[in-house]
Ligand binder design. Structure first.
Ligand code: PLP
Length: 373
């Protein structure tokens, strides 16, 4: 059966160069990066420090500002719960957005059960927040604002630079879930004014189970209480023996993504536009979310009269999705599209197509011919 993978916002294959970089750290250089008394440990530690530099470089941070995690879900939990616990004396209010990833929304819901006050900002139909809503929501009790840079379902990109200005004017801290943005668009923590962010290797052709957070050093307000205790690894922010092969893979994936960014953007945007134009000529299709500031690889479409559930059932060899991979088991309409006011039937009949660096023109033509058959 011919397979077609157009679900790169869910995950990506490991790049051959990434795998090559990782392999020696399973069987040859298998030292524990915390072992300081022999060369096995030193070699592992050196590899981890190179990866730290590579992760810092893709977001214009300093290596000392990078802390390794198991991925973005852990990164999000570490940042949000870490700030909450550290700033309990200052306040208990967090501002976020109704269209964030479930890792953010469920963490906020958990904290609500512990006494936190959470404001969920609405979005316009195009997926963007209103900056005045944000400004009005921040109070003296606000310890954190959490706004994702690029949405995993629609690809819509929030204006993080303007958002950080509002947040900092009010003396608060900005966490941005940049899981989908890194490797697809430039993410510069300096020019954007981000205080905390998370990244995940498997979204950028690295391995699953490896990620990192950025914690701004120059802003003394940005302090985290650790989520995981035991051993004091990663300067006490995240204890636990480091996943050296995974970290090496994350670093290499960042390095490749940084060097390939311009080509990647050009390639995916060209194919995404081709896909949408071909569809527009054949079926009554509309694009969900702000068309102009979107990830270049992402298309979230609604086709009038199209039964997406039936299509997915009949074409399990084609990897596309109804919403996020994490939501696909629940069968609920996408909270992102619902948050944009699109309604349950519109949400249930929308498809997310996310292209990758190896997607070809033939893939797009093949997909369109099947979808419109
Ligand atoms: N945040 C966003 C925007 C995502 O797309 C994902 C993955 O689907 C996550 C967080 C969770 O990342 P991970 O799979 O590394 O836990």
């Amino acid at each position: 059966m011919n397979t077609l993978f157009l679900d790169h916002n869910a995950t990506t294959p490991v790049d051959k160069l990434v795998l090559e970089a990782m392999l020696p750290y399973f069987t040859q250089h298998y030292g524990n990066a915390a072992s300081r008394t022999h060369s096995f440990g030193w070699l592992a530690e050196q590899a981890v420090e190179i990866a730290r530099q590579q992760c810092a470089s893709i977001i214009n941070a300093e290596p000392q500002e990078i802390f390794f995690t198991s991925g973005s879900t852990e990164g999000i939990n570490t940042c949000i719960k870490g700030v909450y616990e550290n700033y309990l004396n200052k306040g208990n209010h967090i501002v976020t957005v109704c269209t964030e990833h479930k890792a953010v929304l469920d963490t906020c819901k958990y904290l609500e059960s512990k006494g936190a006050k959470i404001t969920y900002l609405p979005v316009y139909e195009n997926g963007l927040i209103n900056l005045s809503d944000l400004d009005n929501a921040i109070t003296e009790q606000t310890i954190l604002v959490s706004v994702m840079m690029a949405n995993n379902e629609t690809g819509v990109i929030q204006d993080i630079r303007k958002i950080s200005e509002v947040v900092h004017q009010k003396q608060s801290i900005l966490f941005s879930d940049t899981t989908q943005a890194i490797g697809k668009i430039p993410v510069d923590v300096e020019s954007l004014g981000i205080d905390l962010l998370c990244m995940s290797a498997h979204k950028i052709y690295g391995p699953k189970g490896a990620g990192a957070i950025f914690v701004r050093r120059k802003n003394p307000r940005v302090k985290l209480a650790p989520l995981i205790h035991g051993g004091g690894h990663e300067k006490n922010i995240r204890s636990g023996t480091l996943n050296v092969p995974g970290i090496v893979g994350l670093g290499k994936a960042c390095d490749l993504a940084k060097n390939d960014l311009v080509r990647y953007q050009h390639h995916t945007k060209l194919l995404r536009d081709k896909l949408e134009n071909l569809l527009l000529n054949k079926v009554p299709v509309s694009i969900n979310g702000y068309k102009t500031t979107r990830l270049p690889n992402t298309s979230n479409i609604f086709i009038q009269g199209f039964d997406t559930t039936m299509f997915l059932k009949n074409h399990s060899n084609i990897a596309i999705s109804l919403g996020s991979a994490c939501n696909s088991a629940s069968g609920e309409p996408s909270h992102v599209l619902m948050g944009m006011g699109l309604g349950a039937s519109h949400a249930n009949n929308s498809l997310r197509i996310s292209l990758g660096k190896n997607t070809s023109e033939t893939d797009i033509e093949h997909f369109v011919s099947i979808l419109t058959a």
